[in-house]
Write a protein that binds this ligand. Structure first.
Ligand code: ATP
Length: 269
């Protein structure tokens, strides 16, 4: 079933180069084709949702963009730069940061330390050199900590900087991860199932948060998510994968009512 259909307008200005360009992406593991000829664009400043049933290839695609998997064929460009071949730990220099489906925090360390640990290992050269220009490492540390505190406040986590991260409720831990990602000053933020494990109210707050940080931090966002309420609330454009292929793309509303997507979710595709 290799259907490629455009379902409604999806917000990329075709007169301009897209910020993210995925072309003919194929990823094979021994015996399994996780992605086949997947292609789409994400315009600068847009929020793109990636949806599909279990095993559709969403995480695989995400892992290709963030450098954890090397695709068998195809290309990914971000801001005009080919990102394949750049190892995961250097992706941040390209302005790419991600969160994980299950927060990858150090539970014994404080919330602030967790954010800073991410910042230290992921700060891009331009930010680091700006900070290195300050006299003394301590001042650099203080500047970074001040920035981390600002981000925590922005994410509604002021007051828990000294709390061990593992003591926070799950939803708050996910926000710590977002703060950590933002400390690297990304231009492209990849969110992996940010709503999983959250309460209904927390998902509502998360939607507002994603929209706010997109505007405040001038971000382009790709979000993998099963929660269709969140997808409808925040995305400009949605790509649906089934069995490793793109089967539809368009607005959230159009994709959700697409017959191929509907039948795939019902398990009859
Ligand atoms: N490291 C791997 N080795 C072998 N096969 C893999 C690997 N990672 C993913 N796959 C396979 O690739 C296919 C797509 O999996 P993927 O995890 O990308 O789907 P998904 O849409 O993210 O699913 P879910 O919603 O359950 O997370 C599946 O058949 C999966 O078993």
């Amino acid at each position: 079933m290799a259907v490629r259909r455009e379902t409604g307008g999806w917000g990329v200005n075709h007169g301009m180069q897209a910020f993210v360009e995925v072309r003919d992406l194929t990823l094979r593991f021994s015996g399994v084709t996780a992605l086949e000829d997947v292609g789409f664009d994400v315009g600068g400043g847009q929020i793109c949702g990636l949806v599909g049933p279990n095993g559709a290839g969403k995480s695989s695609l995400f892992n290709c963009v963030s450098g954890y998997y090397r695709p068998s064929a195809g290309s990914i460009r971000v801001a005009g730069q080919d990102v394949l071949g750049v190892p995961a730990h250097r992706k941040v220099r390209l302005g790419i940061a991600r969160t994980f489906q299950h927060p990858a925090l150090q539970p014994e360390r404080t919330v602030l330390d967790n954010v800073l640990l991410g910042g230290h290992s992921t700060l891009p050269g331009s930010v680091l050199s700006a900070m290195l220009a300050l006299p003394g490492g301590r001042r650099r540390e203080r500047a970074l900590a001040a920035e981390a505190r600002e981000l925590l406040a922005l994410l509604g986590l002021a007051g828990v900087e000294r709390t061990p991260a593992g003591d926070l409720p799950y939803g708050s831990q996910k926000r710590v991860e977002i703060a950590r990602a933002l400390l690297s000053r990304p231009r492209l933020l990849l969110l992996d199932e940010p709503a999983s494990g959250l309460t209904h109210a927390e998902v509502g707050e998360l939607g507002e948060l994603i929209t706010r940080i997109r505007a405040d931090h001038d971000l382009t966002v790709i979000v993998v998510e099963h929660h269709m309420g969140l997808i409808s609330a925040v995305t400009d454009h949605v790509v649906a994968l089934v069995g490793g292929r793109k089967v539809a793309e368009g607005t959230a509303q159009a994709v959700q009512s697409d017959p191929v997507v509907v039948s795939a979710y019902l398990g009859v595709a």
